[in-house]
Ligand binder design. Structure first.
Ligand code: HEC
Ligand code: CU
Length: 366
């Protein structure tokens, strides 16, 4: 009796584990609530295989329990029971049943494998995006629109987004659980992978790197922002022909052009365009970013609108010590930090960093 009590005590533990394993059901980071046709097909396959497995499990357990009770040894059993090894009937039954089950599993799996592997890279109706994985951030290049973004991928709803996947360093894996996935990004130009996704509804879907790629692998997050086709077109126009940024931050812009522009692109008020290096994420239109570095949220859970105060404090946190936010990342410390894992620094002081924060957080394209 006591032993049974102990087993029952484990149930709350299993209940808690269920929540842990499902990530507490984060709405936009789950394969179980698909938000696009690819994820829907994949969930259907998950459901089918899980269904077959559960069916087998339950059947085996029921037979097992039945046999255990029915054929247990009794006092009147003085002889060996009838031996059934080599029974053709039984062997055929337990060969045919798994064969049929595997067939039921295999046909749709093969069908969807080919369907979901369809190459849309030449499709003029699809949006062509080159994804480049970096330690530990994501770069998105819109091949036809000639736009580059970091950490955030804008897409219109109900359009195929065709991806060309590559890596700048080690192997990463591109995964947007609510929309479908996932595929590796490989280093080397000869190892390009393709996949496609589509979002049915507007929303922000969380993306993750799904291949252990270094110290901050778990922090290599990005967002897919699905908007209506009209909003998407407006966004593309804004990125292609940016008009003046409300700038009263010329001090910050000067420092940025001196210290940061070799690695980061941003709107340049002299050249009237988005210019700069590609070593780090593109910082154009940064005032509309959901996060700093993909992980420090610029809005609260209750209010999805970007909070300028949070954006500033997150930027400050990042620039004060990037290694603290994302250990092992490759950005030099803006201010020299003794004993930091990052040896390089840009020799700035706190006042200069504040000016940079003002400048970057004012980057809102019109
Ligand atoms: C040697 C190249 C390099 C220089 C110089 C550099 N950065 Fe970076 N920066 C990076 C890299 C790489 C990342 C991406 C880090 C990560 O997320 O792993 C980054 C990330 C950032 C981010 C977060 C980006 C995002 O997507 O949210 C900000 C903001 C930033 N840098 C600002 C600056 C500023 C301001 C300067 C100048 C003081 C600067 N950086 C100088 C390489 C550089
Ligand atoms: Cu990665």
């Amino acid at each position: 009796m006591k032993r049974w009590l102990n087993v029952w005590r484990l149930i709350p533990l299993f209940a808690v584990l269920t929540f842990v394993l499902t990530g507490c059901g984060k709405e936009n980071l789950t394969t179980l609530k698909p938000k696009g046709p690819v994820a829907q097909d994949q969930l259907w396959l998950i459901g089918l295989s899980l269904g077959i497995m559960i069916l087998v499990l339950i059947t085996v357990f029921i037979i097992y329990a039945y046999v255990l009770v029915k054929f247990r040894r009794r006092k009147e059993h003085t002889e060996y029971p009838k031996q059934v090894e080599g029974s053709h009937t039984l062997e055929i039954i337990w060969t045919v049943i798994p064969f049929v089950l595997l067939l039921i599993l295999a046909v749709p799996t093969i069908y969807y494998t080919f369907k979901l592997d369809k190459d849309y890279t030449q499709d003029p109706n699809a949006i062509q995006v080159k994804v480049i994985g970096h330690q530990f951030w994501w770069e998105f290049e819109y091949l036809n629109e000639k736009i580059t973004t970091g950490m955030e991928l804008y897409v219109p709803t109900n359009r195929i987004i065709s991806f060309e996947l590559q890596s700048a360093d080690v192997i990463h894996s591109f995964w947007v659980p609510a929309l479908g996935g996932k595929k590796d990004t490989n280093p080397g130009s000869g190892a390009v992978n393709h996949m496609y996704l589509q979002a049915d509804q507007e929303g922000v879907y969380y993306g993750k790197c799904a291949e252990l790629c270094g110290t901050s692998h778990a922090l290599m997050d990005f967002k897919v922002i699905a908007v209506s086709p009209e909003k998407y077109d407006a966004w593309v126009k804004k990125m292609q022909q940016p008009v003046a940024v409300t700038a009263n931050a010329s001090e910050g812009e000067k420092i940025f052009k001196d210290k940061c522009i070799a690695c980061h692109a941003i709107y340049d008020s002299d050249k009237k365009g988005i210019v700069g290096g590609k070593v780090g994420p593109n910082l154009a239109n940064y005032a509309e970013r959901q996060t700093v570095a993909g992980i420090l949220f610029n809005h609260t859970e209750e209010n999805p609108a970007i909070n300028p105060q949070l954006l500033k404090s997150n930027l400050k946190e990042w620039l004060a010590d990037p290694q603290k936010v994302k250990p092992g990342n490759l950005m030099p410390n803006p201010i020299k930090i003794e004993g930091s894992k990052m040896k390089d620094d840009l020799g700035l002081n706190e006042k200069q960093v504040d000016a940079l924060v003002d400048f970057i957080s004012s980057q809102k394209l019109q």
